[in-house]
Design a protein around this ligand. Structure first.
Ligand code: MN
Ligand code: MN
Length: 467
């Protein structure tokens, strides 16, 4: 009836122009409730899997609970069989075998479980003017000044001389101490204030305070350092030399928290990219009878260019896929030719406070659904996968047929900067791939923000993709 009141131009506008549906405004209440419920275990995952090793371990735990077994290339697998592969405790691949033969295609979903952080230097501990510190070397793209004057936690592993592994996690339990990087008081910051923002806190100033009480012996040089070492020795049985056999990472301390009076957003360390990795893992586990065989990849080292043998530039995924092809008596090349992959990574959510760096028509927004990104890269799409129109068609069609709320976005205005994802490395394997993920506000900050609605739509997109 209402249409009768519309002018010809209004009707034409409805017919010809495109607008994203608003989840908050138009989606059924049930969808909003489901999103809220989905994010409860996601927030638990965020809180308990702050570094790549912890995320891999949690993922393996969830896979095993869901009946996944280690992939054995010599075993025969049928539709619905579920297997996993653990790459050095830092990257995980999971597969559910589909009803169609491997030669007809494969559905891959690649997300990463490393996040920007501060790593301890190989010899980190020192004392200066009655304070004990850990020296750090930042990992990934960070704004260094954001890491000062916030509570920090230490996560990672140390191997002792005899090969015994010690797991470290301090700063997360409310009873734990936290750690801290100091910043200058405003009263004495005249010179620091004149520095460029990127230089506000410098790499060599990212020193973490770990103690201030001396070991009581006047004869000792660096008694505060010694006291810290004696505490570490009591707690973990380690000595200073054991730091050379460690990987210790500094992250913002504390659990994931609801943000806003409406509790619609989540603040947490490392949403990038566990906000895709967790929904990808859940979609993998929840896919009981997929048409095409699934390959869910939770990879490491994305934030430093996918280097190393747990990153996507190494052959570990390729070798897994080769075993999969052999196992299914399929030619590897044929299997890949018909494969379709989502590179599941975050994108920069439009920030109204800093709107000048975004193209409002080609940005993703918090709360408008998962974000499809045709290309990333910088300047003239340098370093981009740039998905084909055909690939865009396939993925949009899957989402539309399954009622997924999605939006398209590119990472900021042309020539404002840019970034990359693992899509390019997947594409190098001759696989059709496009980026699909979740909008993040304050991306790469020690604590980032996402919308619960978007997290759930990413899960819905991944689930539909695996149907
Ligand atoms: Mn990422
Ligand atoms: Mn990132």
């Amino acid at each position: 009836m209402e249409d009768k009141k519309k002018s010809e131009a209004e009707l034409l506008r409805d017919q010809l122009t495109f607008e994203y549906p608003s989840i908050g405004m138009k989606a059924p209440d049930r969808r909003l409730e489901e999103a809220k419920a989905f994010c409860v275990p996601y927030m638990d995952f965020l809180t308990n899997a702050k570094i790549e090793r912890e995320a891999a371990a949690r993922a393996l735990c969830l896979l095993q609970e869901a009946g996944y077994t280690p992939f054995d290339p010599a075993k025969a697998y049928g539709p619905g069989s579920k297997v996993y592969f653990d790459n050095r405790g830092k990257a995980v691949i999971a597969t559910t075998f589909g009803s169609r033969p491997l030669s007809e295609g494969l559905r891959l979903n690649a997300a990463h479980i490393d996040a920007p952080r501060l790593d301890l230097k190989p010899s980190p501990l020192y004392e200066k003017d009655d304070l004990a510190y850990f020296q750090t070397h930042y990992y990934g793209g960070i704004k260094k000044y954001q890491w000062a004057s916030i509570p920090l936690a230490i996560h990672g592993v140390i191997y002792k001389k005899d090969g015994q592994r010690v797991d470290v996690c301090v700063g997360e339990d409310p009873a734990d101490p936290v750690f801290y990087i100091s910043d200058l008081l405003p009263h004495l910051s005249a010179k620091q204030n004149a520095r460029k923002l990127s230089d506000g806190i410098r790499g060599e100033e990212l020193n973490v305070i770990v103690g201030s009480l001396p070991y009581r012996d006047e004869k000792i040089k660096d008694p505060v350092k010694l006291r810290v070492l004696s505490i570490l020795n009591q707690k973990y049985g380690i000595t200073e030399a054991d730091f050379f056999r460690s990987e210790l990472e500094i992250v913002a301390a504390g659990p994931a928290r609801d943000v806003g009076f409406d509790r619609s957003l989540i603040a947490s360390a490392g949403h990038d990219d566990r906000v895709c990795a967790y929904p990808a893992l859940r979609a993998e586990i929840d896919s009981q009878a997929p048409t095409y065989t699934t390959v869910t990849i939770l990879t490491d080292k994305e934030e430093i260019g996918s280097m190393g043998n747990t990153g996507l530039q190494s052959d570990y995924v390729r070798q897994y896929l080769e075993y999969l092809a052999e196992n299914g008596h399929t030619a590897y090349k044929d299997m890949l030719k018909n494969a379709l992959c989502l590179s599941s990574d975050v994108s920069a959510a439009y920030d109204p406070t800093f709107s000048s760096v975004y193209d409002p028509q080609n940005s993703c927004y918090l709360g408008r659904g998962c974000v499809l990104t045709k290309y990333t890269g910088a300047r003239g799409k340098s370093g981009s996968n740039d998905a084909s129109a055909e690939t865009m068609y396939k993925v949009i069609d899957i989402m539309d047929r399954n009622g997924v709320y999605w939006q398209a976005g590119e990472l900021g205005k042309v020539d404002e900067g840019g970034g990359g994802t693992v899509a390019q490395f997947i594409a190098n394997m001759n696989i059709d791939v496009v980026d699909l993920g979740v909008p993040v506000l304050s991306m790469h900050a020690p604590v980032e923000i996402v919308s619960k609605l978007d997290v759930y739509e990413a899960y819905q997109a991944f689930l539909a993709f695996y149907k």
